[in-house]
Design a protein around this ligand. Structure first.
Ligand SMILES: O=P(O)(O)OC[C@H]1O[C@H](OP(=O)(O)OP(=O)(O)O)[C@H](O)[C@@H]1O
Ligand SMILES: Nc1nc2[nH]cnc2c(=O)[nH]1
Ligand SMILES: [Mg+2]
Length: 166
C-alpha cells in the first residue's frame, strides 16, 4: 500500500500557473542573459514554454527524469535522457534550468551535478529543496502536495457543511 499523501493540498489552476510562471520570467529577466533553457520533463515543459516566450529564448533542451510513482511516492531517480554534451560544456554557464517545482531537491541535485554553473529556476519550492534553486516564486510547506492543472479535472464539490475535506 502507498504511504498517505501529504496533509495539505495546494491546487493550482491554469490561470494561476500562467501568472506564476510569468512572474518567474519577470524575476529571471534580471538575471542572465540565457543562451538556452534546459527543462526537466515532464513538469518543466509547461513553465519552460511560458518563460521561453517571455524571455525570447528559442533554444530548448530537455533532461528527462522520472522519480515519483503513484503520484506522491518517490522511488529511485531515472534519467531517461541526458542533456546534450554541447550544452553541458563550460558547466552549463548561461543555461537556464526550469522545472515546475522542487520538493526534496533530489531531481534538481542530479541536474546541478551535470550543469553546476547553470541557473536553476522553479515556479514552486518546498523548504527541503529550496537551497537547490536560484530563483522561485512561491514557497509551500513540506507537508503540502501541489496539484497541477494538467493533473486535474472538474468534479462536484460537496458543501463544506457536509464535511468536505479542505
Ligand atoms: O525535488 P524532488 O523531490 O526530486 O521532486 C521534484 C520533481 O518531482 C516532480 O517530477 P516527477 O518525477 O513526478 O516527474 P514528472 O515531472 O514527469 O511528473 C516534479 O516535476 C519535479 O521534477
Ligand atoms: N504534482 C506534484 N508533484 C510533485 N513531485 C514532488 N512533489 C510534488 C508535488 O507537491 N506535486
Ligand atoms: Mg518533474
Amino acid at each position: 500500500m502507498s504511504p498517505a499523501p501529504p496533509d495539505k493540498a495546494f491546487p493550482v489552476s491554469w490561470d494561476q500557473f500562467h501568472r506564476d510562471a510569468r512572474a518567474l520570467a519577470w524575476r529571471l529577466s534580471g538575471s542572465g542573459p540565457f543562451s538556452a533553457i534546459v527543462c526537466i520533463t515532464r513538469g518543466g515543459l509547461v513553465p519552460a514554454a511560458i518563460i521561453s516566450r517571455e524571455l525570447g529564448i528559442r533554444l530548448i533542451e530537455t533532461v528527462c527524469i522520472a522519480s515519483y510513482h503513484d503520484y506522491t511516492t518517490q522511488g529511485g531517480l531515472h534519467v531517461l535522457k541526458d542533456v546534450d554534451d554541447a550544452l553541458a560544456a563550460n558547466g552549463g554557464e548561461g543555461i537556464l534550468v526550469v522545472d515546475d517545482l522542487v520538493d526534496t531537491g533530489k531531481t534538481a541535485r542530479v541536474v546541478r551535478d551535470r550543469l553546476p554553473k547553470a541557473h536553476v529556476a522553479t515556479v514552486y519550492a518546498k523548504p527541503l529543496g529550496r537551497p537547490l534553486v536560484d530563483t522561485f516564486i512561491t514557497e509551500v510547506s513540506q507537508d503540502t502536495w501541489i496539484y497541477f492543472p494538467w493533473d486535474m479535472g472538474y468534479t462536484f464539490q460537496p458543501p463544506i457543511a457536509q464535511g468536505s475535506a479542505g
